[in-house]
Design a binder for this molecule. Structure first.
Ligand SMILES: [Zn+2]
Ligand SMILES: [Zn+2]
Length: 135
């Protein structure tokens, strides 16, 4: 029973995160278009609409794989970004951490915080990868 519940939570988390990411990139795009700046790296080193690891543009068929940890403060959840469907399946794609610029192995992931803001808006902040953010 508890295992089943965990699976449901994980599935919900992945869907939630996918929409959070889409919303985050959309808000980045809006900000940029207002200032009419070129689509360069944002503050976090994330390209708009791309996987933060391999920089592959995210389309309808590609998805971010991530784990959102339940419990604690619902406005600030710990989140592990494992990558997108491209760089997890194609080992020839380089997965670069936007924080330390080092290569992240397929077994590694990005550590991030998923903030829930007012009006149900999400914000993803990447703090590092398994290489540079070791405990
Ligand atoms: Zn990727
Ligand atoms: Zn790193």
């Amino acid at each position: 029973m508890s295992l089943f519940f965990t699976i449901i939570l994980c599935a919900a988390a992945v869907i939630l995160f996918y929409y959070a990411f889409a919303g985050f990139f959309n808000s980045q795009r809006k900000k940029k278009s207002k200032k009419s700046q070129p689509a360069t790296d944002s503050v976090d080193g994330i390209l708009s609409g791309c996987c933060p690891l391999c920089k592959t543009p995210l389309t309808g068929s590609s998805k971010m794989i991530s784990v959102i940890f339940q419990g604690g403060d619902p406005a600030d959840r710990l989140c592990h970004i494992k990558g997108c469907t491209f760089c997890l399946e194609d080992s020839s794609l380089k997965r670069i951490c936007p924080v330390c610029r080092k290569q992240v192995p397929v077994t590694g992931y990005l550590i991030s915080h998923l903030f829930l803001r007012k009006g149900n808006k999400h914000h993803v902040h990447i703090v590092g990868c398994t290489e540079c953010h070791k405990k």
